[in-house]
Design a protein around this ligand. Structure first.
Ligand code: HEM
Length: 483
């Protein structure tokens, strides 16, 4: 029979209780606080169910407690706000009360062995503002264009491949090309090495969710450590300094840390954090985008005319694609599911849009899971499981931003990039990458699913909370050059 103590011994063997996540504290609900659901397992609370399928778990809690509730997850008390109209209370709260850094630094320490410093965020922001927006973005986008074309056309000989179809797995193909083109644009190294790096990255990628939850069995944990060492070697500051064409975004961050006296091995570790942040979501997103476009060819007819040579895609050109913009936004609505978390630094009152107020305790966490609260809400997005390429498009071709719930306009209607101070700094570049990839595929190749009637795969639920979701299986497709 499984006693409480043997159960706990079993779980703590896997859950890294020495981590800074660990806080042991009994807690009962006080008047004015949101409903509290601690779950049946001491300390762990609901973490197993949460990890298995975050969306389903939150739905169950919402049915039981309403749109605000506190749950216990691996020693933390986390209050979820599920009412989209009240998201402002989270997004706009001051950093003195709700801080995102504390949680992020726990995670990067656990997963990437990187010890965060106070100046990290400002330094990253400064470099991102210079190089992932405006003129800097154009430089990055052009580099991406060249790398994408080189990789896509490499090994595809125009004379023979015009007639011969090549068959590949769609997810593997998209992730490989977009990862490597992104890597070469940011870190510039040779094409052959980017292939090996991609293979190792995918291994780490597969371990990532369990690593983040601290539930990797020892053998897998050793594998993760080996992989980290591999990345620290390839991305070491010493090696990066020898490269001519490293992007300004990476260069500035590295130089800023160097000047601030951060040790070289920590800068190297940060280089992998950035590789992860910049490459972990874009590849999977490009797969979904391409798959949805294959299933809805009508979406592309008006914007991409196959057959014309296109080598340079300027910023203006990338800005004049309202249908593709809407298709990208719709892809991310359906497949990007980050968990947004803040640490509560002082006791505070959460003010809901309808006037309700809840007392939140210092030391707890507050979180949003926009995927369930907004992106899949059938009231805000009718028929939410369907891909509608023009969902974010007005009849006059402008971007649609008016979405309603119970007759009220919803300000936060999709949040693939997070929000507020921690919002993804790479979102403009990422959007361009996705558009460029889809554009070039349509331009250079004819492509189709081997089985055109094959259903869109389910998502792998264990990745909820970590950005763009991955499919639970791959699909065969084939492609050949148009000219
Ligand atoms: C489709 C692709 C992408 C998606 C869906 C995505 C999404 C996200 C999300 C949800 C966050 C966390 C936001 C939060 O906690 O509030 C984030 C953070 C971040 N992203 Fe992205 N991202 C993508 C591509 C990129 C690219 C291409 C880059 C860089 C070139 C990038 C760089 C970063 C960085 C550096 C952070 C950490 C920011 C910080 O610590 O403040 N991302 N991203």
């Amino acid at each position: 029979r499984c006693t409480e103590s043997s159960k706990k011994a079993f779980f703590t063997e896997y859950v890294d209780i020495n981590s800074t996540f660990y806080t042991q504290r009994a807690k009962n609900r006080r008047p004015g606080e949101p409903p509290l659901d601690k779950g049946l397992i001491p300390w762990l609370g609901h973490v197993l169910e949460f990890r298995r399928n975050t969306w389903r778990f939150l739905e169950r809690m919402e049915k039981k407690h309403g749109d605000v509730f506190t749950v216990q997850l691996a020693g933390f008390y986390i209050t979820f706000i599920q009412d989209p109209m009240s998201f402002g209370a989270f997004v706009k709260e001051s950093r003195e009360k709700l801080d995102f850094r504390k949680f992020a630094s726990h995670l990067v320490r656990r997963v990437f062995g990187y010890i965060a410093t106070k100046a990290d965020h400002e330094m990253l922001n400064a470099s991102s503002n210079r190089h992932l927006k405006g003129d800097g973005l154009e430089v990055m986008t052009q580099a991406m264009m060249i790398n994408l074309q080189n990789l896509m056309l490499h090994n595809v000989d125009s004379s023979s491949d015009q007639v011969t179809w090549r068959e590949e797995k769609l997810f593997a193909y998209c992730y490989n090309i977009v990862f490597r083109a992104g890597y070469l644009s940011l870190y510039e190294k040779d094409r052959a090495e980017s292939e090996a790096l991609y293979d190792e990255f995918r291994k780490y990628d597969q371990l990532f969710p369990r690593l983040a939850y601290g539930v990797l069995p020892p053998k897998k944990r050793r594998e993760a450590t080996k992989l980290l060492e591999y990345f620290w070697n390839v991305l070491s500051v010493q090696k990066l300094k020898g490269r001519d064409n490293i992007s300004r975004w990476i260069w500035d961050v590295q130089e800023g840390k160097d000047n601030a006296g951060v040790k070289e091995d920590m800068i190297t570790r940060y280089m992998f954090v950035l590789l992860w942040a910049s490459q972990g979501n874009t590849g999977p997103s490009s797969f979904w985008l391409l798959l949805f476009l294959m299933k809805h060819p009508e979406a592309m007819r008006s914007e991409v005319k196959p057959g014309g040579p296109l080598v340079k895609m300027s910023r203006e050109m990338l800005m004049k694609t309202p249908i593709l913009d809407s298709a990208v936004e719709e892809t991310l609505r359906l497949t990007a599911a980050p968990l947004l978390t803040r640490a509560v630094l002082q006791d505070m009152t959460l003010k809901m849009a309808d006037g309700r107020q809840y007392f939140i305790r210092q030391g707890d966490r507050v979180a949003l899971f926009p995927y369930s609260a907004i992106q899949m809400d059938p009231e805000i997005h009718p028929d939410p499981r369907s891909f509608k390429y023009d969902r974010f498009l007005n009849p006059d071709g402008s971007k649609k931003t008016d979405f309603y719930k119970a007759g009220n306009k919803v300000k936060y209607y999709t949040m693939p990039w997070g929000s507020g101070a921690s919002m993804c700094p790479g979102r403009f570049f990422a959007t361009n990458e996705l558009k460029q990839f889809a554009f070039l595929m349509l331009l250079y190749f004819e492509f189709e699913l081997i089985n055109p009637n094959e259903e869109i795969p389910e998502i792998d639920y264990s990745r909820y909370g970590f950005g763009t979701m991955q499919p639970d299986r791959d699909l065969q497709f084939r492609y050949r050059r148009r000219y």
